[in-house]
Each structure stands twice: as C-alpha cells, then as structure tokens.
Ligand binder design. Structure first.
Ligand SMILES: [Zn+2]
Length: 134
C-alpha cells in the first residue's frame, strides 16, 4: 500500500466508517488531525507486512536452512580469523594431485577476506529472498 499524499510506502491505515480506508506513510499519518484517534467513526492501524514463507513452495529451502546457517557461521568465523593481521603468511595445506604429500599455498589476506565476504553476502541475499533478515 502507498501513502495517499506522497505515494511512498504506507505504514498506517485510517479506516473510516463513511469514507473508506486511507493509507499514509509515517510522516503524513502524524500530520493528520485525527492521527491515532480511535472512536466509532475512525480507527488507525499500523501496517505490519511480515513476509510469509510458503511451506509447500519453499520446503526444500526450509529443510536445508540449518546447512545455510552453518555455512554463514563458518564464513563469519573465517572472516574473523583472517581479519586479524598476524605476523607471517597465511598458509593452507592441500593434498598433492600427482602423488603423496601435501602442497602449502600462501594466501593473501585481503583477497581471501574479499572472497569470503562475497560468499557470505550471497548467503545473506539468499536468506533475504526467503524473507529472513541476516
Ligand atoms: Zn506520505
């Protein structure tokens, strides 16, 4: 619903007995003489638009939510660790593809944090698409 004065997102609706419902943004609601007045002719109600998730349409996403939340927690932890500028390089150890043993790879902290933050943002965006705030 949009404010009947300015067209921005309405936060209040004034319901009247004789002239119907009028949506207002916060600012314009407060400017009305009868703001928050309630009697037998007029009443104000706050618009509380909570997004609803459909269990039927979003079952898979909801079932997998713990995996997403765990991934977010892991990424937040890694960002916390990598943000601390310890002396010396940050090494990761990988199995060698051509034989036994491991290979040590040096990671640039700035690049690593950037990549982790980008991944974290994708998960936040995904949650938001489900109507969940990070
Ligand atoms: Zn307005």
């Amino acid at each position: 619903m949009k404010c009947i004065i300015c067209g921005s997102k309405a936060s209040w609706v004034r319901s009247t007995q004789f002239s119907g419902d009028h949506p207002f943004c916060q600012e314009h609601a407060e400017l009305e003489d009868d703001y928050e007045k309630s009697d037998s002719y007029v009443s104000w109600s706050e618009i509380n638009e909570q997004p609803m998730i459909s269990l039927t349409q979003r079952r898979v996403e909801l079932v997998n939510l713990p995996v997403t939340i765990k991934a977010i927690e892991d990424l937040e932890l890694l960002i916390k660790y990598y943000s601390k500028d310890l002396p010396g390089p940050a090494y990761c150890q990988f199995d060698h593809v051509d034989g036994p043993g491991t290979v040590r790879v040096q990671l640039d902290r700035k690049i690593t944090i950037q990549a982790l933050r980008a991944q974290l943002q994708r998960l936040y965006d995904y949650l938001e698409s489900l109507g969940i705030k990070p």
